[in-house]
Design a protein around this ligand. Sequence first.
Ligand SMILES: [Fe+2]
Length: 236
Amino acid sequence: MKIDARELGQVAAVQPPRFDMYGAIHKAIRAFMADTLVAVGRMDADDAPETARTADRVMQLLDFCSSHLAHENGFVHAAIEARAPGASAAIAHDHEEHVHEIGQLAAAVAALGGAQGPQRHALAQALYRQLAQFVAANFQHMQVEETAHNAVLWTHYTDEELVRIHDALVASIPPEEMMVTARWLVPFLAPAERAGLLADIRAKAPAPAFEALLAVSRPHLTQAEDTKLARALSLP
Ligand SMILES: [Fe+2]
């Protein structure tokens, strides 16, 4: 029996999408990485306070990346290995490389902080290129996780099981890290994703925690995005 492309499209349209535990957090990481990279690129290395602030942003990004890969190792890779032994090996190897590269980037930030005069320009340029390479590798790495790893997870787990794994991962994140996550995650979702996530959090979390999430993320929305969010959640 021959099925044409239109029929296939209709079949795909009625299949409910599977739970994607990488989707939202990887949007946050892409946003945080892109924002930090361009900040280093435009940094005035002759301006000591600006250089210190930008260096601090790079360190925050590196901390965030370290935590993220530890969460993935502890929860997602553990789940993959439990039902598909060996299936997370390539990405686990990437994670070991990322730990090494994070250490090298932290050393580059420290070198910039201790430099004087013209040397600062050379070190700022070196940091920019090194960070760009790290970002490029991470963008490719996240693509593999969102395709190959999700395919393994979707084959071996139900959505209910995946939601439980994801909830356990999120519950392990300390409040301070959660605020950094919210700052980079909520503003960089599409409006329907943002409203859905915040409605879910409002239903499950204490009111002050929900208010704190709004406070760190709403200032980074455009006027149009904020209006859509306020309408979707009946916010003031
Ligand atoms: Fe990863």
